[in-house]
Design a protein around this ligand. Structure first.
Ligand SMILES: *[C@@H]1O[C@H](CO)[C@@H](O)[C@H](O)[C@H]1NC(C)=O
Ligand SMILES: *[C@@H]1O[C@H](CO)[C@@H](O)[C@H](O)[C@H]1NC(C)=O
Ligand SMILES: *[C@@H]1O[C@H](CO)[C@@H](O)[C@H](O)[C@H]1NC(C)=O
Ligand SMILES: *[C@@H]1O[C@H](CO)[C@@H](O)[C@H](O)[C@H]1NC(C)=O
Length: 299
């Protein structure tokens, strides 16, 4: 078998070369940069993260960047708990192979999937969680995305579809947060209010503890996003019943520390990065955003 004889032959010929190769491999493996796991957003997939993957490996050579290739494009409309199951398996697989820890970078809808992962995976090893323009406190706004999913539908009536008792639901319903129908939101939505602890459940303490295993939470967003509405949702701000934005620190889930946000803040482990001039689909391909808000946390 030619393949089997090849290795010993090389070894006999140049043990020094082999040693050098081994040292080189070792250097690459133990460069100290933790693998970065990326979770994409709605209507996109790994392809959209080629630029940011390149930014990461240029800034931190040798970093292993894994964009999870699941629920891409149209499949991203599947209900979020379903998606969480798939992403959880993939993320746990990567974590097991990264004994020194990982980082998690999640875009848009992916940020909510990642919050679920960090709450549910007991021994996750995520150091930094970067949430890139994600509707963390929900979404309430007419955007092009909404129009393509609910044609001819205004934000005022989306709740009728999203908060009804039965029937197929799209992922957006899992974070549709209509400030004019708060009690219906709490009653019918079984994703965001559960993550936020706005709807008490038996895993709250455990999920909070798991979430707090992260060492740093980085929230990125900005006023020119155009999709996330209100844009402050990327920083856990949201509308009150008059559609005035209430900032994170005045949100009940913050004050009650229902899922650990207040603790992270008190620990000094919450970094908020506001960037103007960035449209929603450009966040992950903008080098300035990467350098200002992301690079230093991915070591
Ligand atoms: C983990 O860190 C140790 C100590 O810094 C290092 O020797 C080892 O190679 C690292 N392992 C991986 C898989 O990066
Ligand atoms: C990546 O960057 C190139 C060059 O700046 C740009 O043309 C391309 O649209 C970017 N890709 C994505 C997915 O944004
Ligand atoms: C916050 O705590 C108050 C007082 O205990 C309680 O009435 C309220 O429902 C809590 N809200 C959330 C979101 O946990
Ligand atoms: C990139 O981000 C910077 C802010 O960090 C912004 O000023 C600029 O307009 C952005 N460019 C694009 C093409 O999104």
């Amino acid at each position: 078998d030619p393949v089997q004889t090849k290795t010993p032959l090389t070894m006999r010929r140049s043990p020094l070369l082999l040693l050098l190769l081994q040292l080189l491999l070792l250097a690459v493996v133990s460069n100290g940069y933790k693998p970065v796991i990326i979770v994409h957003g709605i209507f996109d997939g790994p392809k959209q993260f080629e630029n940011i993957s390149a930014f990461i490996t240029k800034a931190h050579p040798g970093t292993s960047v894994k964009v999870i290739d699941l629920y891409d494009d149209l499949a991203s409309l599947k209900p979020l708990w379903k998606q969480v199951q798939g992403f959880r398996k993939a993320a746990e697989f990567i974590m097991r192979k990264a004994p020194n820890g990982t980082h998690l970078l999640c875009f848009s809808q992916g940020g909510l999937i990642c919050r679920a992962l960090l709450s549910m995976i007991p021994n996750h090893n995520v150091n930094t969680f970067v949430s890139l323009s994600s509707p963390l406190a929900g979404q309430y706004g007419d955007t092009d995305y909404m129009k393509s999913i609910f044609p001819g539908c205004m934000k005022k009536i989306v709740y009728k579809i999203c908060y009804r008792r039965s029937g197929p639901k799209v992922s957006i319903c899992d974070y549709w947060n209509d400030p004019h129908h708060r009690s219906l939101y709490l009653q019918s939505n079984n994703f965001l209010p559960i993550l936020n602890g706005e709807k008490p459940h038996k895993h709250m303490e455990e999920w909070r503890e798991n979430f707090l295993h992260i060492k740093k939470l980085v929230l990125i967003g900005g006023p020119d996003d155009g999709v996330i509405t209100p844009w402050q949702s990327s920083h856990f701000g949201f509308y009150d019943s008059n559609e005035n934005v209430v900032e994170m620190k005045n949100q009940e889930f913050f004050r009650n520390d229902t899922f650990g946000l207040k603790t992270l803040e008190a620990r000094g482990d919450l970094s908020v990065c506001v960037q103007s001039g960035v449209k929603h689909t450009h966040w992950h391909s903008n080098l300035t955003v990467f350098m200002n808000c992301i690079e230093k946390w991915l070591t």
